[in-house]
Design a protein around this ligand. Structure first.
Ligand code: M6R
Length: 357
């Protein structure tokens, strides 16, 4: 039930800190050790390469997860759009492990891949919000997202839950392999939960920014580098699907290779800057688009802000910034859709689970 909320989407955005804390509880034992099914731990340890398969927002979470698995657990990882995988099946490694990420667990494109790789005899893990769903039943292992029912077509709390559970999976594997980690994941996730709360409390500001940047525009661009690039893809998808604004997310460095031709007077460009090593370069990109008339907004993180006009996120661990930077993106999309009188929870032409290929 959406209670006093006008839309499920807003309720689900607000639930993200609660979901984060629930995930921390569910995946930690009484000694504060990570708690994961032993069979999953051993499947991860055996794998020489991880193949993440997903669609839409879950695919975007997979892109963030690849970073975790490669940087923490040191296992090469590929992320594939489910509907493309069957046409262009990559050369598989000797001991692949397939990880299906799906909020609903019913996405037909992902299921088609699962059926195919099961025929080939490869192991599969499904990360889903619905244990008992088709993808969960047909895989060898399931990791539960614990996000609670997600009703709005636009996925919000499932995305952050997927990223958190991917971080837990990567960290658990790293520990099982005896690799050194310089941070304690669960403590960092607790910091993230608090930061999320600060952000969900800034609705008035996000409504104002959505009005200023997105109320009447025909198109919008999101730019980022490194981890911020992954979030810019998700930001663009969110805006497209509920506000019908043509939006594109792309890597800051790619601007000069074509997209900058689209910038004209008043074009909104929203830039993410949550990593120290990209802060200088992404701000350079912002200067380039502003010089061509863009209406630019920078979302940066505490310690990295250079401009008093930045929207500043609370500071969290460098690897985990997608968990916080996505929240203003979700809220911008929500308020842009409201300002444009769109049906927020049930956008046109879309279904919550896509059960046809
Ligand atoms: O249930 P799934 O996670 O498998 O769904 C995948 C996509 O259909 C889904 O994420 C879709 O892109 C959302 N509407 C995005 O908000």
């Amino acid at each position: 039930e959406k209670g006093t909320y006008p839309h499920y989407m807003l309720k689900e955005i607000d639930e993200q800190p609660i979901v984060m804390r629930k995930i921390i509880r569910e995946y930690q034992d009484e000694n504060n050790e990570l708690k994961l099914d032993k069979s999953i731990r051993s499947a991860m340890q055996k794998a020489d390469r991880i193949y993440i398969i997903a669609a839409g927002t879950s695919y975007h979470a997979g892109l963030v997860g690849k970073d975790f698995i490669e940087k923490l657990a040191k296992i090469p990882t590929e992320v594939h759009v489910a509907s493309e995988f069957s046409y262009n099946m990559p050369l598989l490694s000797e001991k692949p492990l397939f990880v299906f990420i799906s909020q609903s667990g019913e996405t037909a494109d992902s299921r088609a891949v699962l059926v195919k790789i099961k025929e080939l005899g490869h192991p599969a893990l499904t990360m889903t919000n619905v244990p008992g769903s088709t993808l969960s039943r047909e895989a060898d292992y399931t990791l539960h997202l614990h996000a609670g029912p997600e009703i709005a077509v636009a996925s919000t709390k499932a995305y952050t839950a997927q990223i958190a559970v991917l971080a837990i999976l990567a960290t658990d594997t790293a520990k099982a392999k005896g690799l050194e980690l310089e941070f304690e994941l669960m403590k960092e996730l607790a910091i993230v939960a608090n930061a999320m709360e600060v952000l969900t409390d800034q609705k008035e500001e996000m409504e104002r920014l959505a009005r200023e940047y997105l109320a009447t525009t025909r198109n919008a661009f999101f730019i980022g580098r490194s981890g911020d690039y992954n979030v810019s893809l998700e930001a663009a998808l969110k805006l497209k699907e509920i506000s019908y604004i043509q939006a594109e997310g792309f890597a800051g460095g790619e601007l000069k290779h074509g997209t900058i031709a689209l910038i004209e007077d008043g074009t909104p460009v929203i830039a993410l800057s949550t990593h120290e090593n990209v802060n200088y370069s992404i701000r350079g990109n912002v200067q380039e688009v502003v010089a061509r008339g863009a209406n630019a907004l920078i979302i940066s993180m505490k310690g990295l802000e250079e401009d008093t006009d930045d929207f500043v996120l609370p500071s969290v661990h460098d690897l985990l910034t997608p968990l916080t930077s996505v929240i203003p993106m979700q809220l911008l999309a929500y308020y842009a859709a409201l300002h444009r009188d769109c049906d927020v929870d049930k956008p046109r032409n879309l279904a919550k689970s896509v059960t046809v290929e």
